[in-house]
Ligand binder design. Structure first.
Ligand code: AMP
Length: 627
């Protein structure tokens, strides 16, 4: 099927052509012809990666009547980032519709600028629910001509506590409007929207292409670049039964890592394009037979490897192309088994993890590179089990036994055991005797290097609190508790705080745990893997004119033994003067989006480059940032 068969206008077809879309995706094929009809309510069960934005965006742009500059379409979505992404997509689709004006409005930024933009004409408004309600109340957004309301990621909006806002918007729009709802899942609350606001909606359900295998656990480890190889060895050593694939980016690196591993006593072989076909076949045969325990490979050479029971995929370096990460990790956890995909990154590569999380809709756990003690204990246990499980071939050993017995005659049973175990174990004990902690966090790295933050007193204060944070870096519980410098008196409620965190740090609501909003400050919990993103992104954010500062709290036990109460403990570091401080306004978000558009926002950066006429081929899956 081609786009021209779907019934879209010539101008829209031209813009599709410019975007390089050759054929409609399945959801576009099912949805677009329906959405071009006059009664076109729709429920689409689809996730990011299926082409759903174009599935509603193309017909929306197609249906907008250019002669009116009144608001005819509303697209409501959960986060600022998605809001910006959708509006950019819609602008692309409306490239040849001169009068179609798309305006994006979202919370946490200067509302006056948005009001001005809307006044200048907005045929389509793309909005987060809270901000849209605010703009409706201020009469900046007029709803009487709205004919299309799109609810994107409806389940996520309801998770984030936007139900009331959505109901209020839908209630105020004209009865004869069409509602197009997209959701990854269909809980009752989402089904209720369909029931209450739609008539005979078409239901379209599309499995999404990026869905990761739920049996794969994704874990990343942050180390200094110089420690990458040492960390790799620890990840192998802490998994004595590993049957794994180690991925490198280049042939040279693959060869180098495999050679070093062999030299260091590991059962590892390389697999890359510089080897002859016969060599590659031989390595693969031995890997399949499990005579080779670790296969170190490039993405290209490993393509098509269909070996079952691979326990671990280790990303020595992440691939340049996110799609390749999906392929790599998919080598483990086959046929319903569980598997781990481990990733080594340096301090500058966190954005890559975020990009993969978004694209694959999966969560990474922040792992701790195991300590020497941990590894030695695990190796020892494994050795003991191996000895216990070893079958004694009585017949074969029989003739050698008298000599063996006489050689050990002078040793006690304990001494013999110790010596036998030490044959293998000494290698680890010696290697790890001077081993250091290889884990590194940004804050710790800065302290280690004696660098001062350039961001002024607030950061210096936080650095002074480093001791406290370092203890948390080592905490093995899954969640971190944060202190936030604003509370009820600043107009904050739990939903608002959740949205702020998710919007700023690019998280989904499931990453955030308990939220306590107190009169003048708040607390929330989040998965440890997001700590850095939260500290970086939420700190300094603007909430309704208040500058927000976020800190990791002390653990309860530490608070108790430290003798300080919770409120007192944080009041010192909370700078109320921040509230009167400069407003970041809209530029903060805009700037950040421009910088990070590529990785966070699904190819936004790439598309910008395309519009600028760059002849660089467009990579749909790169992280969108030079590294
Ligand atoms: P979405 O599901 O809307 O997040 O889209 C995922 C990606 O697919 C985006 O980068 C779109 O630009 C791209 N895309 C959407 N429709 C098509 C199509 N028909 N052909 C090729 N790429 C597409």
């Amino acid at each position: 099927m081609t786009f021209s068969e779907l019934g879209l206008r010539e101008e829209v077809l031209q813009s599709i052509n410019d975007l390089g879309f050759e054929a409609p995706t399945p959801i576009q094929q099912s949805a677009i012809p329906h959405l071009l009809k006059s009664d076109s309510d729709l429920v689409g069960l689809a996730q990011t990666g299926t082409g759903k934005t174009a599935a509603f965006g193309l017909p929306l742009v197609n249906n907008i009547q250019d002669q009116y500059d009144l608001t005819q379409g509303l697209v409501i979505c959960p986060t600022r980032e998605l809001c910006l992404q959708i509006s950019k997509d819609l602008e692309n689709y409306a490239k040849y519709d001169r009068k179609t004006a798309v305006v994006a409005v979202y919370g946490g930024t200067d509302i006056r600028r948005q009001i001005t933009q809307i006044k200048q004409g907005a045929t389509i408004i793309v909005a987060t629910p809270g901000r849209l309600v605010d703009l409706i109340q201020r009469r900046a957004v007029k709803l009487q001509d709205v004919r299309f309301v799109v609810l994107d990621e409806a389940d996520e909006m309801l998770n984030m506590g936007f139900k009331e806002d959505i109901d209020s918007i839908l209630d105020q729009t004209p009865d004869e409007k069409n509602v197009w709802l997209f959701s990854a899942t269909m809980p009752k609350e989402v089904a209720d929207i369909a029931k209450n606001y739609m008539t005979n909606p078409l239901e379209v359900s599309i499995g999404h292409k990026n869905q990761g295998n739920v049996n794969i656990e994704h874990i990343y480890y942050t180390v200094r670049e110089k420690d990458r190889y040492a960390a790799l060895k620890r990840l192998i050593d802490v998994n004595p039964e590993i049957f794994g694939l180690v991925f490198c980016r280049t042939r040279h690196e693959t060869q180098h890592v495999a050679e070093n591993l062999s030299k260091d006593g590991y059962n590892a072989e390389p697999l890359h394009g510089d080897l002859s076909q016969a060599q590659r076949d031989n390595v693969m045969k031995r890997f399949r037979e499990r005579t080779v325990q670790l296969l170190v490979a490039t993405d290209v050479a490993a393509r098509g490897i269909d070996v079952d029971n691979i326990t671990h995929v280790i990303n020595y370096q992440l691939p340049d192309d996110i799609e390749n990460y999906t392929h790599r990790s998919g080598r483990t956890a086959r046929a319903g088994k569980k598997g781990e995909s481990l990733v080594l990154i340096n301090l500058k590569e966190h954005y890559k993890i975020k990009a993969i999380e978004r694209q694959m809709r999966t969560n990474f756990t922040l792992g701790v590179v195991p300590s020497a003690n941990e590894i030695c204990a695990i190796q020892l246990a494994s050795l003991i089990n191996k000895v216990k499980d070893t079958e004694v071939k009585e017949k074969d050993i029989e003739e050698f036994l008298p000599k063996i017995m006489s050689d050990f005659e002078h040793l006690s049973k304990e001494e013999v055991i110790k010596k036998f175990i030490s044959v293998e174990f000494n290698r680890f004990v010696e290697y790890y005797s001077k081993a250091q902690d290889l884990n590194v966090s940004e804050s710790r790295d800065r302290r280690d290097r004696g660098e001062r933050s350039e961001r002024g007193d607030r950061d210096r204060d936080r650095e002074r609190g480093g001791e406290r944070r370092e203890r948390f870096d080592r905490d093995d519980s899954n969640r971190t508790r944060f202190f936030v410098s604003i509370g009820k008196r600043d107009g904050l409620n739990p939903g608002g705080l959740l949205r702020l965190i998710c919007d700023e740090a690019g998280l989904t609501s499931s990453s955030v745990g308990k939220i306590d909003v107190m009169p003048s400050f708040s607390f929330f919990e989040a998965d440890n893997s997001h700590t850095e993103a939260i500290l970086k992104a939420v700190n300094g954010a603007n909430y309704e004119g208040n500058r927000v500062s976020v800190e990791i709290t002390k653990k309860k036990a530490e608070r108790r033994s430290g003798g300080g109460d919770r409120d007192r403990g944080f009041s010192g570091s909370r700078d109320r003067n921040d509230r009167g401080g400069e407003r970041r306004g809209g530029s903060g978000f805009g700037d950040r989006n421009r910088d990070g558009g590529g990785f966070g926002s699904r190819n936004g950066g790439d598309r910008d480059r395309e519009r600028g006429g760059s002849s660089r081929p467009r990579s749909r899956n790169s992280y969108g940032r030079n590294n």
